[in-house]
Design a protein around this ligand. Sequence first.
Ligand code: SIN
Length: 199
Amino acid sequence: MTADTIAINQQMDQFDGHHSVWLFGYGSLIYKADFPYLQRRPASIANWTRRFWQGSHDHRGTPEAPGRVVTIIEQAGAICHGMAYLVTPEVFAHLDHREKNGYLRLAISITFDDGDDGNDDVIGLVYIATPDNTAFLGEASEQEIARHIARSAGPSGPNSDYLNHLASALRELGRHDQHVFEIERHLAALTAAPSPPPV
Ligand code: SIN
């Protein structure tokens, strides 16, 4: 599958006729909402886990030297926490462009973490980069991912900013993500100032 998904995403008609749609964000969409929204609520999706397995040719790397950004991978029993936004359909033109490097819209069940009335699930959309997109990089150890992130940058800035902003946003949500926090720990160790030579 081509890495540019705009045309494929624009064919999706599942929510045609809806005045608003819930969008679930689990990566940069948690900390960078550069689009209008009607509501914003902490939320989660079941049986998916967040992984730095997608290559970034357009934001945090280049086609020659891709950065590493997150996608979601199916995993029974896992819960992926993030942020849900209620948006009007016009917003998807902007989102399709922003997420064009391999991400496809997928309809998914979203659970609001602040729901209290037993009616806190909706079907909404998530952008997912599946292993068949040409920018997909796949599994690597958290240490190797940290090394990769440390040396990558693209038009949206250093790859390390993406990781650090995501880790901070998850902390603000009060959510622990072992994979993200491990990579953050390795990256911090890599970029720590070398200790001064002994005198
Ligand atoms: C998302 O945040 O939901 C998708 C991946 C990204 O844009 O970082």
